[in-house]
Design a protein around this ligand. Structure first.
Ligand SMILES: C[S@@+](CC[C@H](N)C(=O)[O-])C[C@H]1O[C@@H](n2cnc3c(N)ncnc32)[C@H](O)[C@@H]1O
Length: 488
């Protein structure tokens, strides 16, 4: 017993001594005197993706800091995941464990009940299936299978590959892969911008040359004041690095290209993100997902109706009404996109992957019900622009679920973060001293819930997207029309 207490005291003393020495050394050491280029920073994610290195290195820390608990709370306990889900900066797919794993049609029990409903020649059987089947389906479809699709999206090709491997190992199928960026078209757009003479030779003339000579840009300062300044279009070196990287790639190098985010495009300028064929593939996928959403809406309508009828039946002693309502058949029409050639519901994989930057997504407006981003804002080139883009693709009634880290609320902690930021960016690819409060304020999100811990450096945020009145009105109209169609 004496020996044990000696060991405990000894270990505690050593831990405290080492901890103090480490903190003292960090405080006294000179700050790093190098800068980290954006491409180097992003390349570190490709390195960290090998054998899920990123996750292995952070798992233990996250457990002790209570961040895994936050992830579980946000993605499971809060019950906020629904419909079509996009996770940006998904890394190695570490959140996989917190998502539902199958689309509801894979559940044999639910399949059994659905079969009673979907075909019109089995309507009579469906009508007789009774209240238990209804409540069972309600439980499964609405609560336990809330998602139509989960897209794990990351800008690093290595990270996307890790997500594919993880889903293949765990679920036994290859997730749907969204078409990649059209590198050739992006490259020629950048070349044209870098070389105004070429673009005038292409017929764009003096206008394009003038456009590249200077640009107006609004800068919003910390105190909220806005100033319009003139900037040269290519102030960063991303574009030049991108051209070198794509040239190397064309020469047979195995390095994956990191697509730059073009900061200085004017409003309304559109990057050629996908080729024509890929745009068609994306449109086809959108159509398939819309079919799933329509099917879910129909099921929800049907369940609501049956619930109402069952309430009426229970509250009335009139047996004639009782019989009349229970004999009324309801056919559930399944969209053709979900049926195979034998008219059976097809097995629908839930997960998909995409290799896109959060600032430039090729999805149409209002595509997603839920957007997840965990520890991404510290890594994105332009976090405010990324949040604006996420707002664009999120439906007006949808939600953004964010867990982030950044500047805290104590000067001492912030000085430490500022001093070591380049080293952290070099090793981990992220800027750990970004001001999350300012980023969220500038993005215009409506925050529903915000918790902070670890001296204000870790943030748990649930928010609604930034939308204009007009977007809301248009969306409301469309939604009403959809519900009416589904009910018809
Ligand atoms: C700190 S890791 C977070 C990984 C994961 N979300 C997690 O919680 O474990 C940041 C991820 O963002 C990705 N990333 C960096 N810049 C990005 C961008 N502009 N768009 C999308 N993803 C980006 C990186 O490749 C990396 O996988």
């Amino acid at each position: 017993m004496k020996l044990l207490s000696k060991v405990i005291v000894g270990t505690s003393c050593v831990t405290i001594f080492c901890g103090t020495a480490y903190v003292a050394a960090l405080t006294l050491a000179p700050p790093p005197n190098y800068t980290v280029s954006n491409n180097d920073r992003l390349k570190s994610y490709d390195v960290l993706s090998v054998n899920n290195l990123y996750e292995k290195k952070t798992k233990c820390q996250e457990f002790y800091l209570g961040l895994s608990r936050w992830r579980r709370k946000m993605l499971r306990d809060e019950g906020l995941l629904r419909g079509r889900v996009l996770e940006v900066g998904a890394g190695c797919g570490g959140n996989y464990a917190y998502y539902p794993h199958s689309y509801f049609t894979e559940d044999p029990e639910v399949q059994k009940h659905l079969r009673r409903y979907w075909a019109s020649d089995r309507v009579e059987e469906g009508a007789r299936s009774g209240e238990n089947a209804t409540s069972y389906m309600l439980q499964h479809i609405v609560k336990e299978n809330p998602c139509d699709e989960i897209i794990l999206c990351d800008r690093s090709a290595g990270m996307v590959q890790s997500c594919v491997a993880r889903i293949q190992n765990r679920l036994g199928y290859a997730p749907y892969r969204y078409p990649d960026y059209n590198i050739a078209a992006i490259r020629s757009t950048i070349e044209a911008r870098l070389d105004p003479e070429r673009s005038s030779a292409d017929g764009a003339g003096n206008e394009a040359a003038a456009k590249t000579a200077y640009r107006k840009r609004k800068i919003v300062y910390e105190d909220g004041t806005v100033q319009e300044v003139l900037v040269t279009p290519l102030s960063g070196n991303d574009e030049a690095e991108f051209l070198v990287a794509t040239a190397e790639n064309a020469a047979g190098s195995t390095n994956d290209v990191i697509v730059p985010v073009l900061h200085n495009f004017d409003a309304g300028d559109k990057l050629p993100l996908l080729s024509k064929e890929d745009e068609a593939a994306l449109a086809k996928r959108e159509q398939d997902i819309r079919a799933r959403q329509k099917f879910r809406l129909r099921i929800e309508n049907q369940l609501r109706r049956e619930e109402k009828e069952s309430l009426v039946r229970r509250s009335t002693a009139d047996t004639s009404l009782n019989e009349a309502t229970s004999a009324k058949p309801h056919a559930l029409k399944t969209p053709n996109e979900l049926l195979d050639e034998h008219h059976n519901l097809q097995k629908q994989p839930l997960f998909a992957v995409a290799n896109y930057a959060a600032e430039q997504l090729p999805f149409p407006d209002n595509s997603f019900d839920t957007i997840v981003d965990m520890f991404g804002l510290c890594s994105f080139d332009d976090p405010v622009r990324a949040l604006r883009e996420l707002s664009r693709v999120c439906k007006p009634g949808g939600r953004l679920l964010l867990i982030e880290h950044g500047k805290g609320h104590t000067g001492r902690v912030n000085n430490h973060l500022d001093k070591w930021a380049p080293r952290h960016a070099k090793n981990w690819g992220c800027w750990w001293n970004r001001d999350m409060r300012r980023i969220i304020r500038l993005s215009g999100l409506s925050v529903e819930k915000w918790e902070s811990k670890h001296f204000g450096t870790s943030h748990y945020i649930i928010a609604k997207p930034f939308k204009s009145m007009e977007e809301w009105d248009r969306y409301d109209l469309e939604r009403k029309r959809e519900v009416k169609n589904a009910a018809a």
